[in-house]
Write a protein that binds this ligand. Structure first.
Ligand code: CAA
Length: 297
């Protein structure tokens, strides 16, 4: 089947990024949100990102002013689920909460045409469990993108035991059309990236708790010693400590292994509402976003 029209559920950080890359790849995109104010916020983020891309030369992924206008014209926001009826694929990127996700799949099931593929951008929830909220388990996949979506080249394409072969291949090819590099993975919690990334990030917190080094020194060690673009604490604040904490629960629940268990400090930061960059405070203080200062924890 050919994908022409894309629906995106949720216009947060991930949803707006996914909508942007789909529009950049030439697809018509409709983004659903519960309230106009969330659409406005997400579209402002898209505008900012397109602005940055317009400043780059074409050989570095830059776009022209005309391309920017064309991308904008392919994107529209809506609060009416009926506007998703004719989509060929719907990618869900709502809050990482099973009940909320299942609720929205139940809502769109009766509206979106039967041949459409449903995909979830979840980073940790079982695709198999989400698929049970729909009447199209064979047409259900995971498409897991990475933050910031316009820059990160990877998409994990996740299949369940029920996913039809042609649906999976269509989703895989769709990933390529978005100028991403798709990797094939099965529905095991965390897929490839979080399976390896989450224990690393949690170990960095444990190392700090055990006095191995300061926040800045551990960050610098991994940046300069291993060539990582961000050290673990900068990345934790970037991903969101609440999000990471949620993921650790799902992963620990699945595997019952200590490497996926949340260290006490992560729990304390989340209880205090220090979620990282988005709340202005996490391992670092972002009072001046250009000059984060490590907190004394
Ligand atoms: N859209 C467009 N352009 C953007 C952008 C965006 N959203 N964000 C940054 N840029 C541009 C900047 O304008 C800058 O452009 P120029 O080179 O033309 O000046 C360029 O990208 C680099 O940005 P910065 O100089 O601000 O910072 P940087 O060099 O550190 O790069 C980064 C930023 C690409 C995010 C890099 O730090 C990085 O790769 N970090 C790691 C991110 C990562 O690991 N993400 C995965 C998180 S895990 C996840 O998402 C999944 C999950 O399930 C939890």
């Amino acid at each position: 089947m050919e994908i022409k029209k894309v629906g995106v559920l949720g216009c947060g950080l991930m949803g707006s990024g996914i909508a942007q890359v789909c529009a950049m790849a030439g697809f018509d995109v409709t983004v659903l949100e519960v309230e106009q104010k969330f659409l406005d916020k997400g579209f402002a983020g898209i505008e900012k990102s397109l602005g940055k891309l317009a400043e780059r030369p074409p050989e570095k992924g830059g776009i022209t002013a005309q391309q920017k206008n064309e991308i904008r014209a392919r994107l529209r926001g809506t609060t009416d689920v009926h506007n998703l009826a004719h989509c060929d694929i719907v990618i869900e990127a709502v809050i990482e909460n099973i009940a909320e996700k299942k609720k929205i799949y139940a809502l769109i099931e009766g509206v979106v045409k039967k041949q459409a593929i449903f995909a979830s951008n979840t980073s940790s929830i079982s695709i198999t469990e989400l698929m049970t909220a729909t009447k199209r388990p064979e047409r259900f996949v995971g498409l897991h993108f990475f933050n910031p979506v316009p820059l990160m080249k990877l998409v994990e394409v996740v299949r369940t035991i029920a996913t039809a072969d042609d649906v999976y291949e269509t989703a895989y090819e769709f990933g390529k059309k978005l100028s991403k590099v798709p990797v094939r993975t099965s529905d095991k919690t965390g897929f490839v990236v979080n399976r390896l990334l989450v224990p690393y990030l949690l170990d960095a917190i444990r190392a700090y708790e055990e006095g191995v080094g300061s926040i800045e020194d551990i960050d610098n060690a991994m940046k300069l010693g291993c060539g990582y673009p961000m050290g673990p604490f900068t990345l934790l604040d970037f991903v969101g400590l609440d999000t990471t904490y949620y993921i650790t629960h799902v992963m620990y629940d699945e595997f019952k292994e200590r490497r996926f268990a949340s260290p006490p400090l992560l729990k304390r930061l989340v209880m205090a509402g220090w979620y990282g960059r988005k709340s202005g405070k996490g391992f670092y203080d972002y009072s001046d976003p250009n000059k984060p200062v490590a907190n004394k924890l």
